[in-house]
Design a protein around this ligand. Sequence first.
Ligand code: FE2
Length: 188
Amino acid sequence: MPNATLARFIEHATQLSRQESEPCQCVASLAPFMMELLAHAGDFLEAHHYQSDPFHYARNLVYQAPDDNLSLYALVWSPGQWTPVHDHGSWGVVGIVEGVLEERSYVCLSADRHRDEGIELVKGGMILLPPGAVTSFVPNPDHIHVTGVPAERPRAVSLHLYGRMMNNYHIYDVEAGTRQFVEVEHNG
Ligand SMILES: [Fe+2]
């Protein structure tokens, strides 16, 4: 990890995670650092971080903490590629390197956040994130969402920092009112 801006970003994130800060404090503190990181993304992102996949958006690992308490990925979204409806079970800070990333929110109306069925979700607002934009989230019930790029828009590349390894998460079936915990892959 030779780049100074990336090293500073990781150092600050590591300190916050070691302090066991509240998720809202982590994202509030790290969002300005993510903005700075975006300004220097061209200095540390390498060709393999821009790897795409014809079948689904690609997740390319940039940094993994030795204790797995932090992870940073470069996500590459080809036109028409979307996530399922999901949450993260973690705080996260997202910044846009290239293109326009779209996020569509869902609002959970069910009082019990721990059930895997009987989940009532309604569609909320959406946001368009252009290059340089930073967004964030804290764990469920905040930020059940779908993220992606419509078919008519060009590729997007985004940086995603999470407060854990993001190798599994909940995906939701909105009509059935259910969710399941699934594994997700990334490129090393
Ligand atoms: Fe997400």
